[in-house]
Design a protein around this ligand. Structure first.
Ligand code: ADP
Ligand code: MG
Ligand code: MG
Length: 202
């Protein structure tokens, strides 16, 4: 079960970890992209944090909409619209006025978010993208409602990107040379799932 405060803590955790780890994410992106993934996401989630401080959203749909719109507006790159769509589509599953999400509702919301992200980006499992961490995590959440296991599945999905050849995004321009490096978007997705599991009280 997650309430508004727990989900705000999730977003604060993401912002705080990105502040710490953005250089590491940039370094992953330097190997197979343009070295900006950590900076891009930190800019977006820092803006989310500022908006949460200034005007706390009244209900869960408003929270997810705030996150999605802010990421689309401030992150840029490939990941901004993708993560933005993820949060927007997740939020659309939630009834107006809702203040809490049970385990099944959370799993369904994240699954809808991932479906929207995949409609936009057209990445499938194995294309060496954020989908490789998000998909196993959300599948795990849907089958057994355990956030720790979901975060572990995301970490495994991240590790599994290392030997892959990138088929989407900038890294795909490298072809064979994208092998041997973890995907930066899979790394940020794993961070996002770890934060969701971090304050789990269920
Ligand atoms: P850019 O590549 O525009 O600089 P970022 O560095 O912020 O954007 O994000 C790169 C990450 O975005 C990649 O590591 C990958 O995980 C993800 N990505 C790129 N294209 C796609 C796509 N079509 N579908 C899903 N994820 C993608
Ligand atoms: Mg980049
Ligand atoms: Mg870029």
């Amino acid at each position: 079960m997650k309430d508004l405060a727990a989900l705000e803590n999730w977003l604060r955790c993401i912002e705080a970890r990105l502040a710490q780890e953005k250089d590491d994410l940039n370094a992953l992106d330097a190997a197979i992209g343009d070295a900006d993934h950590g900076s891009n996401l930190f800019r977006g989630f820092h803006k989310v944090w500022e908006k949460l401080e200034a005007t706390p959203p009244a209900d869960l749909p408003a929270l997810f909409k705030l996150v999605g719109m802010t990421l689309i507006g401030t992150v840029g790159g490939a990941s901004g619209p993708l993560y933005g769509t993820f949060f927007l589509e997740a939020g659309k599953t939630l009834p107006a006025g809702s203040q809490t999400l049970d385990d099944a509702g959370l799993a369904a919301a994240l699954a809808a978010g991932l479906a929207g992200l995949q409609r936009l980006g057209k990445a499938e499992k194995g294309d060496k993208t954020m989908v490789d961490a998000l998909l196993p995590a959300i599948d795990t959440l849907q089958s057994n409602a355990d956030l720790q296991k979901a975060a572990e599945a995301a970490r495994q999905g991240l590790a599994a990107t290392i030997p892959l050849i990138a088929r989407k995004g900038r890294a795909s321009y490298l072809g064979e040379r994208s092998r041997g490096h973890a995907d930066p978007g899979a790394a940020s997705a794993s961070l996002i799932l770890e934060c969701l599991a971090g304050d789990d009280t269920s």
